[in-house]
Design a protein around this ligand. Structure first.
Ligand code: IFM
Length: 469
C-alpha cells in the first residue's frame, strides 16, 4: 500500500512580496507551439513539420499544423494579452517562415507577419521579447546535418542579422536560443524531439555548434545595429545527489556539468568545463576551430532562466555510460506532467548562479516557469486551476527570496500564455493561463489568468491575490 500521500500545493495567504516598479511581467510562447499555418504564405518546412509526420513520435499522432491558429488569430490573442495586463511578451520567430530554406532569399509574407505582431504588441503597450530559435530548424538545413554542422551556426548568424535589420527598431530584447540543452539532448542525442537523431554520446558537435551559433548571432545582431539587450535562455536547475556517497556526488557533478555548466561557462567565462574527448567519447571534436571560444564568449546583456523542477541523481549502474542515473524526487506535490514541485530549488538555483559567477553573471530574467494541469471547462464555463496559480504564487515568492538576498532578477515570463502544442506530448499537457478548445479554437481565460492579472497590475506589492469568478 502506498502510505505516503502526494502533498497538495496551495498558494500562500501571506501578502505578496514587493517587486521593483520596473519589473517586466510577461508570458511566453514559441512559434511551432502556437502559430499553425505550417505551410502558408511561403513558409518552408521545419524540422518539427517533418518530425511530427513520422509515425509514433507524437502522442496521438498530433501535429502543430494548426496548433492555436495564432497566425490567423494573433490580433484577438493580443487583445486578450492586453487584458491580462502584462507589459512584456516572449515569443519566437519561425526561422523557415522568414527564410523558407534557412538562408536567402527571404519571404516577405513571413516577415510581414512578425511586423504586424510586433506593431500590435507595441500598440497595446506590450514589449516584444524575441527568441530567434525555439527548436524549429528549417528542414533544408536539417537535411544537410542541422546543428551537427558549422554551416547551420553560420546561417543562424545570417538569419539573426536579417531579423536585427528588419525588427531591430521595435524589439525590446533578443534571445538567441531557447534551451540548447533540450535541443541537443532530446533532438539529437535521444531522438524523442525533432530532428529525431540518435547520436547518443556522439552529440558534441551539436553542443559546440549551438554555442557557436549563439555567439555568431550576438555579433550579427550588433553588426546589424541592434542596441537592445541580447541574451540566451537556458533551462537551469539544481542537481541533487541522492546521498552523500562519492558515487552519487560524482553523478550529480556530471549532470550539473552537462545540464548547466557546459552551456553557461563558455558564454560567461570563455571556458568549456568539459573535456569533449572524455565527456563525449566517440564524438568528432574536430569541429572546434581556433577563435571559436572567443566568439562564444561575446558579451551578453542578460541571461534567461527557464525553471520547472530540480533534478536528483545517483551513481550509474554497471554498463550505464551516462555517468548518472535519474532518481525521482518524492514527497512533494507533482504537476500534470508528474514533475516534482520544489519552489525553493528556484531560489537556490538563482542564488548559486550569483555565487558561482559573481560579476560575470549578467542580470537575470525568468523566461519560463509554469505548470501543466489536466484542466477542464466546468459546466458554468469556468476553468478552475488552483494548482496552477499556487505553483506560480510559490515560484514568484521563491524569486522574491532570491532578490531579497541581492540576486538581480529583472522580469518573469509565465509559461505559457495559452495551452499549446507540447512537443512529443501533443496537446495533452496544458500549460496556459488561457484554455484553448482545440476543436473550436475558443479561448477561455482560466482562474490563473485572473490571479496573474492581479499580480502584474498591482505589481504584486502587499496584496494577497485571489480569484474572482
Ligand atoms: O513547452 C516547453 C517549452 O517549449 C520549452 N520549455 C519547457 C516548456 C514545457 O515543457
Amino acid at each position: 500500500m502506498d502510505d505516503i500521500a502526494t502533498p497538495t500545493l496551495t498558494a500562500s495567504t501571506d501578502p505578496f512580496p514587493e517587486f521593483p516598479s520596473d519589473f517586466r511581467w510577461g508570458t511566453a510562447t514559441a512559434a511551432y507551439q502556437i502559430e499553425g499555418a505550417w505551410n502558408e504564405d511561403g513558409k518552408g518546412p521545419s524540422s518539427w513539420d517533418t518530425f511530427v509526420r513520422q509515425p509514433g513520435k507524437i502522442a496521438g499522432a498530433q501535429t502543430g499544423d494548426i496548433a492555436c491558429d495564432h497566425y490567423h488569430r494573433w490580433e484577438s490573442d493580443l487583445d486578450l494579452m492586453a487584458n491580462l495586463g502584462v507589459n512584456a511578451y516572449r515569443f519566437s520567430v519561425a526561422w523557415s517562415r522568414v527564410l523558407p530554406t534557412g538562408s536567402a532569399p527571404h519571404n516577405d509574407a513571413g516577415l510581414a507577419f512578425y511586423d504586424r505582431l510586433i506593431d500590435g504588441m507595441l500598440a497595446r503597450g506590450i514589449d516584444p521579447y524575441v527568441t530567434l530559435h525555439h527548436w524549429d530548424l528549417p528542414q533544408a538545413l536539417e537535411d544537410r546535418g542541422g546543428w551537427q554542422t558549422r554551416e547551420t551556426a553560420e546561417r543562424f548568424a545570417d538569419y539573426a542579422a536579417l531579423m536585427g535589420e528588419r525588427l531591430g527598431d521595435r524589439v525590446s530584447s533578443w534571445i538567441t536560443l531557447n534551451e540548447p540543452f533540450v535541443l541537443a539532448t532530446f533532438g539529437y542525442s535521444f531522438g524523442t524531439h525533432a530532428p529525431g537523431r540518435t547520436l547518443f554520446l556522439s552529440v558534441y558537435p551539436v553542443v559546440h555548434h549551438l554555442l557557436l551559433g549563439h555567439g555568431l548571432a550576438v555579433q550579427a545582431l550588433r553588426a546589424a545595429g541592434v542596441t537592445a539587450p541580447i541574451g540566451i535562455t537556458n533551462n537551469l536547475t539544481p542537481v541533487w545527489a541522492l546521498t552523500d556517497s562519492d558515487g552519487d556526488r560524482a553523478a550529480a557533478e556530471r549532470l550539473d556539468t552537462l545540464y548547466n555548466r557546459q552551456w553557461l561557462e563558455p558564454i560567461l567565462l570563455g571556458t568549456q568545463p568539459i573535456d569533449p574527448e572524455v565527456a563525449y567519447p566517440g564524438s568528432d571534436t574536430s569541429c572546434v576551430q581556433p577563435g571559436d571560444a572567443e566568439i562564444i564568449a561575446t558579451p551578453i546583456d542578460f541571461l534567461g532562466v527557464n525553471f520547472y523542477n530540480p533534478q536528483q541523481v545517483k551513481a550509474p549502474g554497471e554498463g550505464n555510460p551516462m555517468g548518472f542515473e535519474l532518481v525521482d524526487i518524492t514527497g512533494v506535490p507533482r504537476t500534470g506532467f508528474d514533475w516534482p514541485v520544489v519552489p525553493s530549488a528556484l531560489t537556490d538555483r538563482l542564488v548559486s548562479l550569483r555565487d558561482s559567477y559573481g560579476d560575470q553573471l549578467p542580470p537575470l530574467y525568468i523566461t519560463e516557469n509554469g505548470t501543466s494541469v489536466a484542466d477542464h471547462v466546468d459546466s458554468d464555463g469556468r476553468v478552475r486551476d488552483p494548482f496552477r496559480w499556487a505553483y506560480l504564487d510559490r515560484h514568484l515568492r521563491a524569486i522574491a527570496d532570491a532578490m531579497e538576498v541581492g540576486v538581480d532578477v529583472r522580469g518573469y515570463f509565465c509559461w505559457s500564455f495559452m495551452d499549446n502544442f507540447e512537443w512529443a506530448e501533443g496537446y495533452d499537457q496544458r500549460f496556459g493561463l488561457v484554455y484553448v478548445d482545440f476543436d473550436t479554437q475558443q479561448r477561455i481565460p482560466k482562474d490563473s489568468f485572473r490571479w496573474y492579472r492581479q499580480v502584474v497590475t498591482g505589481n504584486a506589492a502587499g496584496i494577497v491575490p485571489g480569484v474572482q469568478a
